[in-house]
Design a protein around this ligand. Structure first.
Ligand SMILES: [Fe+2]
Length: 210
């Protein structure tokens, strides 16, 4: 029980840390970064990826991870919303099927803060990315939707976070949540479809901030 309590406390603390990014206006002026774009705790994780080339496709969970399979695909575009952005690193982390940032013990690096459900990818020549993972659950005893954290690392630019990916069918995606969204990188509210193979599929295109 004490271990469970400690785990819950850790998860809430890390959730708070992960979600404590500073608010900023929703619409940046064209050609300049929005205020506080780079005010971000933990965005340096973008460049702490394993050595070697990153692929545009990322599989996050181990094979035995409980949960429903989710495949998230999309393209990253430059601010004109039409030109693909190749070579952009995305750092991703999210909760497990119980709403926790899980650890197995002995985590190193960002696994200590974000749990083991995290990873990196780099968009291909067409700006494409693909993430295979499990559908996250909302934090226990909280009023936030289930979400996937995304951080962007453009070549020659400092990293920043964009809106969390959340799901339209989540009861915590309320009008209040929609109204408060910053729309960094575009809206993070996406529709999911459940395929015949019991896989949730969704698309999230990202527009770079400037
Ligand atoms: Fe979070």
């Amino acid at each position: 029980m004490r271990r469970l309590a400690s785990l819950l406390l850790f998860s809430i603390l890390t959730a708070t840390a992960a979600c404590s990014q500073s608010p900023s206006p929703a619409t940046p002026a064209q050609g300049t970064p929005r205020p506080n774009l780079y005010a971000c705790e933990g965005c340096e994780a973008v460049y702490d990826h394993p050595e070697g080339d990153l692929d545009w496709q990322l599989t996050i969970p181990p094979e035995d991870e409980p949960g429903e399979v989710l495949v998230l695909t999309g393209r990253v575009f430059k601010p004109d919303e039409t030109t693909p952005a190749p070579g952009v690193i995305l750092y991703v982390h999210h909760t497990n099927a119980e709403g926790l940032y899980p650890q197995r013990g002995g985590e190193a690096g960002w696994g200590r803060r974000h749990g083991y459900l995290h990873g990196w990818l780099k968009t291909d020549a067409g700006g494409r990315y693909r993430i295979t993972t499990i559908r996250p659950a909302p934090y226990p005893n909280a009023s936030l939707p289930a979400h996937i954290h995304l951080y962007v690392g453009e070549p020659e630019r400092r990293p920043y976070y964009i809106d969390d990916v959340v799901f339209e069918d989540d009861p915590w995606v309320t009008d209040r949540y929609r109204d408060a969204a910053e729309n960094r990188g575009g809206s993070g509210i996406i529709a999911l479809m459940l395929d015949d193979d019991d896989t949730w599929r969704g698309t999230h295109d990202i527009v770079l901030e400037w």
